[in-house]
Design a binder for this molecule. Structure first.
Ligand SMILES: [Fe+2]
Ligand SMILES: [Fe+2]
Length: 393
């Protein structure tokens, strides 16, 4: 792929033709950084100069979609389809931002995912879960960057407004050696990680869409605030503290990707246009591929107690854990109830309820602590995007 941030924009084939340079410039909010420097400032200026966003009252999205139901009255996208795509673009921009931070410290920094120089100690701790973790982190990051860029470019190609969150890239970077010092959208240093997806995918008689709830795999992670990346080089010791940070990352990877795995099928149910449906059905399963990989790796997180804060990673294969609900190699979705408890059980993604799916994603990401430090305008924008997506019929 050859899309780049900055002034050089490339021919990216889309549909029946090649997007014109001006169109791509309008869609470049999250386009890939080129040659090592992630110049937020110059990129923001470029995006704004290109008129990609309308900034008023903290809102970046043009909400003047034609009342007749077509985005901007151009007849290319239904209002609801554009709203769903815009919410997904925002979600992908957020994903790309958090994955970028993981990649700078524990991934592979290269021309596909530039930025950062790696933290050898943290990288080694993450690799305790799998020796290929750096490659997987790199590839997941690359995927998210392309998801965001593609959806924004698709929106622009249909005459609809893309999403730009650059105004909110203000959160601090990790001070650990290896991280770029740039403004971030997401905060990976005070996470409260919901690990109930672990038991949700192991149950054979419960489904969140039927009102069921699920126990945590790592109760401590869901009941405090913990870093998933070293906040500074002081976090590189003692060994079990650093490993706890790496373990937190391992479970957080799954939390993020299981969310995407549910979000796409949930929203696809209310898409109107076949091509938009194709976009959702083609991107969504890649989130499931990420989730499956991370699910396997999280099970390799070594049991330990962080000596600095008491965070416990239990042995999920031994009492009081263990069994069908916790055993670490049960990483395929256990068949469970779906739609109605009278049907036979079936192996499925869950949840996939479409009602309120976008707002549910915003709530989950917010509860995760990803947005700690963001101003009210950020939440206003995210909520607006989610409300518009959830209003699509
Ligand atoms: Fe994605
Ligand atoms: Fe993802």
């Amino acid at each position: 792929m050859n899309t780049q941030i900055g002034s050089t924009i490339i021919d990216r084939k889309h549909g029946s033709g090649v997007l014109r340079e001006t169109e791509i410039n309008k869609a470049t909010e999250t386009i890939k950084p080129s040659k090592g420097s992630f110049s937020r400032r110059s990129f923001l200026g470029k995006s704004l100069a290109a008129g990609a966003v309308t900034m008023g009252a903290g809102l970046l999205v043009n909400t003047l979609a034609a009342k007749e139901g077509n985005e901007k009255g151009k007849g290319h996208l239904k209002k609801g389809d554009a709203a769903i795509l815009r919410f997904l673009a925002a979600a992908e921009i957020i994903e790309a931002d958090l994955w970028q931070q993981y990649n700078e410290l524990a991934g592979i920094q290269d021309s596909e995912v530039p930025g950062g120089t790696g933290s050898p100690a943290y990288t080694a701790a993450v690799q305790v879960l799998d020796s290929d973790m750096d490659q997987y982190i790199h590839d997941n990051t690359d995927d998210e960057i392309t998801h965001a860029a593609f959806i924004n470019a698709f929106l622009v190609s249909k005459g609809a407004d893309p999403v730009n969150l650059d105004q909110f890239r203000t959160l601090p970077s990790s001070q650990a050696t290896g991280a770029q010092q740039i403004g971030r959208l997401t905060n990976l240093m005070q996470l409260t990680v919901d690990t109930s997806w672990w038991t949700r995918y192991r149950s054979d008689n419960k489904n969140p869409d039927l009102g069921d709830t699920f126990p945590q795999a790592v109760p401590g992670l869901s009941a405090g605030q913990f870093p998933a990346i070293p906040r500074n080089d002081g976090d590189l010791a003692p060994a079990n503290h650093l490993q706890a940070i790496a373990n937190t990352a391992g479970f957080h990877f799954c939390f993020i990707e299981q969310g995407g795995t549910s979000l796409y099928p949930s929203l696809a149910q209310r898409v109107d246009d076949v091509e938009v449906l194709r976009v959702l059905l083609s991107i969504g399963p890649t989130e499931a591929m990420h989730f499956q990989t991370w699910h396997d790796k999280a099970g390799n997180a070594p049991p330990l107690t962080d000596p600095t804060n008491g965070l416990v990673f239990p042995d999920l294969n031994s009492p009081p854990f263990g069994g069908e609900e916790f055993q670490t190699n049960l990483i395929m979705p256990e068949p469970t109830v779906f739609l109605n408890r009278t049907f036979p059980i079936v192996s499925i993604i869950r949840p996939t309820e479409t009602e309120g799916a976008a707002m549910g994603a915003v709530k989950a990401l917010t509860a995760d602590g990803l947005f700690i430090g963001q101003p009210p305008e950020f939440f206003t924008l995210l909520n607006q995007l989610a409300e518009e997506a959830d209003a699509a019929k």
